[in-house]
Ligand binder design. Structure first.
Ligand code: AQP
Length: 338
């Protein structure tokens, strides 16, 4: 990939190992990853440095990094075509983060809705990392001169600030960074919580609120059966007044490829029980093969670790190219050593 990286466009995306990955992560981001890997040179990162902006249990975090790599592969990412590695194994992310933070304004960061949401969730740990999270994310992307970033709609603001930082630096120093575009899916860009459907489904919320990619079929069915709907009985897509029903329709549509309109027609006159059964069937059918593949991959942890190490070596080389360009452009002294 290192040599080939010049020819194809570059795609970068990441997921935090901050919990067990959810159906939201899958529909919003992961399922698009393997669709794009023939067209782009893809770099898929497990963003563990981002995860420590919220307190994590060290042993669990370490274990989860490998698990996320297993889920990436089970979702179809081919390590022969794409890089899969841990963010903390490539020091360039943290180094570029520092440079970019000197070109990012406090006011820009104060406008980030994710910062406000995370502050509300972590009242006792509103740390500087939570505030500068978008700068590290900009560094992740710009480090590889990525053209495209597939994300859910919650990350749109972060891609916009990444573009602003890149354009600002390019404006001062000439052509330093590729300015990336977001790839946000048309359907399922924001899967909502099962228990509070006006909020995004998040892996750091309560277990009942999300479906984990690795949940057993009976757990998936139980969680969907208990999903909050409303006191009405009509199956209709109306995000504002029927967020729970609309979320289930969104999930079915995203996973089956059928339009919401035709799903609504096929469920006409049936109750919420039928809607929930249809949603549960779709989710179980989608996740079962991924879970079987995940089990197979995780049986050989040495192989998986080998992939992470090899990918990190390549990522380090690519990162160094951008970093030395950035250091030179901003005026940092070159080392005299070979
Ligand atoms: N509910 C969602 N619907 C659609 N896409 C989603 N994504 C996350 N939740 C949804 C997308 O998944 C990718 C990885 O997200 P992340 O783990 O880096 O961070 P996040 O967006 O903060 O996800 P969570 O699950 O809400 O994590 P926690 O709870 O730790 O903060 C991103 O592309 C994201 O858009």
């Amino acid at each position: 990939m290192e040599g080939e990286i010049q020819k194809k466009k570059i795609l970068f995306s990441g997921v935090q190992p901050s919990g067990t990955l959810t159906l939201g992560n899958y529909i919003g981001a992961l399922r698009n990853f393997n669709l794009l890997q023939d067209e782009y040179n893809c770099i898929y990162c497990i963003v563990d440095l981002h995860a420590i902006t919220v307190r994590q249990d060290p042993a669990t975090l370490r274990r989860r990094c490998l698990e996320v790599a297993g889920i990436y592969m089970a979702c179809g990412i081919d390590p022969e075509k794409s890089l899969i590695y841990c963010q903390s194994h490539v020091s360039g992310h943290a180094e570029l983060n520092w440079v970019l933070s000197c070109f990012t304004y406090m006011g820009e960061l104060q406008r980030m809705t994710q910062f406000k949401d995370k502050c509300a969730k972590n009242e006792n740990n509103i740390n500087a990392g939570l505030f500068t999270y978008p700068v590290l994310m900009a560094a992740d992307i710009l480090l590889y001169q990525a053209d495209m970033v597939p994300v859910g709609s919650d990350q749109k603001q972060h891609i916009e600030i990444t573009r602003d930082i890149a354009q600002r630096i390019n404006g001062i120093y000439g052509d330093v960074f590729v300015v990336p575009d977001a790839y946000i899916p048309k359907v399922g860009a924001r899967i909502m919580s099962l228990t509070e459907p006006e909020k995004k489904m998040s892996k750091s919320d309560s277990e009942d609120s999300y479906i984990a990619i690795l949940d057993e079929p009976n757990i998936i069915r139980k969680k969907i059966r208990r999903a909050v709907t409303d006191s009405d009985t009509e199956i209709r897509f109306d995000r504002e007044n029927k967020p729970g029903v609309s979320n289930l329709l969104d999930i079915i549509s995203a996973l089956s490829g059928e339009s919401v309109e035709s799903i609504v027609i096929s469920l006409q006159g049936k109750g919420y029980g039928a809607l929930k059964d249809a949603a549960a069937d779709c989710v179980v059918d989608t996740l079962s093969p991924i879970q079987a593949e995940y089990k197979r991959i995780m049986a050989d942890k040495a192989y998986l670790q080998g992939i992470l190490d090899k990918s990190a070596d390549t990522a380090n080389k690519l990162a160094k190219r951008t970093l030395s360009k950035v250091y030179r452009k901003v005026g940092l002294a070159q080392s005299g050593r070979k």
